[in-house]
Design a protein around this ligand. Structure first.
Ligand SMILES: Nc1ncnc2c1ncn2[C@@H]1O[C@H](COP(=O)(O)OP(=O)(O)OP(=O)(O)O)[C@@H](O)[C@H]1O
Ligand SMILES: CC(C)(CO)[C@@H](O)C(=O)[O-]
Ligand code: BAL
Length: 283
């Protein structure tokens, strides 16, 4: 696996992969890789496809009081994991390559970016959209892979790619979880042992509420019960919201796929998670 940090070398590296007639798949990440990221690499590895992963901790998507400085960085372990997983090229640009002096462009995707994490983390999805647009233009893949754990992010990227005619397929994979159900996340390392044990309340509360709502139960009652069990576990909730799975409009139509999304803080760690709510068959 080649590791590349300069744009001209990236162009050469990609051209070499393309010269073999390959399609290119891109897996963008912020590093501190775990089995969720490896599932993205596995999904991207198809016959005739070469896999490019990127690692870039994007300052533009962190708010001033967020965890940019302490975000885990594990370059060597990440690089070994990617090589072992069969990744062909690792794109790891320094900040000054991604945002040279004078950089002045901001991509803002309205609508899907506005609520949920967009409201809780002002500017976050502008930072994500801007860096993902750059990564797509730098690598020019045929397909790019993202996780459903960051469900709103996936919706924002799909909207941007459609609106700006990128002509790149955007693919998602289901959330990969620990045995007890906690979604894998680079930020899980912030949890101490006690917090980690209590964090399982998040996927459990979401699962119980989603099943109740999917069976036709009253949504407000199910959400209130979920909020109570999260509070009992020591979570401080940013939001717990039922939305249309496509538009992310709040509430959604019971006859169509919906999604239950949550963000909550356990101590100083902010976790997000989401689950599908089955459409209710209309009789
Ligand atoms: N548990 C998971 N299952 C599936 N995909 C995942 C999972 N965790 C992360 N991803 C995906 O991996 C890609 C890179 O994410 P990122 O590097 O931010 O990891 P992360 O674990 O989500 O970190 P963070 O703690 O910042 O949320 C994104 O597309 C993200 O949705
Ligand atoms: C998509 C992404 C790599 C953009 O920085 C990041 O938001 C992430 O890792 O989910
Ligand atoms: N996984 C999303 C990246 C972020 O939280 O900034």
């Amino acid at each position: 696996m080649q590791t590349i940090r300069q744009l001209d070398l990236l162009r050469t590296g990609i051209a070499e992969l393309r010269a073999e007639g390959a399609r290119i798949a891109l897996v963008p990440t912020m590093g501190a890789l775990h089995a969720g990221h490896m599932a993205l690499i596995e999904a991207a590895k198809r016959p005739g496809t070469r896999v490019v992963a990127s690692i870039f901790v994007n300052p533009k998507q962190f708010g001033p009081d967020e965890d940019l400085a302490r975000y885990p960085r594990k370059e060597q372990a990440d690089s070994r994991m990617l090589a072992a997983a069969g990744c062909d090229l690792l794109w790891m640009p320094p900040v000054e390559v991604m945002y040279p002096e004078g950089f002045a462009t901001n991509i803002s995707v309205s609508g899907v970016s506005d609520g949920l994490d967009g409201a809780a983390r002002p500017g976050h999805f502008d930072g994500v959209a801007t860096v993902v647009a750059k990564l797509l233009n730098q690598v020019r893949p045929d397909i790019a892979w993202f996780g459903e754990k960051d469900f709103q992010q996936l919706a924002v990227i799909r909207r941007m790619v459609a609106d700006l005619d990128f002509g790149i397929e955007i693919a998602g994979i289901p959330t990969q979880r620990e045995d007890d159900g906690l979604a894998l996340s680079s930020r899980n390392v912030y949890l101490d042992e006690d917090e980690r044990a209590r964090a399982v309340a998040l996927p459990r509360a979401l699962g119980v509420a989603a099943r109740a709502i999917g069976k036709g139960g009253d949504a407000e009652t199910a959400l209130a019960a979920a909020r109570a069990s999260l509070a009992a576990a020591g979570f401080e909730l940013d939001y717990l919201t039922l939305v249309d799975a496509g538009t992310l409009a709040e509430g959604g139509d019971p006859a169509r796929p919906r999604r239950l999304l949550a963000a909550a803080r356990m101590g100083s760690t902010r976790l997000i998670d989401n689950v599908a709510v089955d459409p209710i068959e209309q009789g």
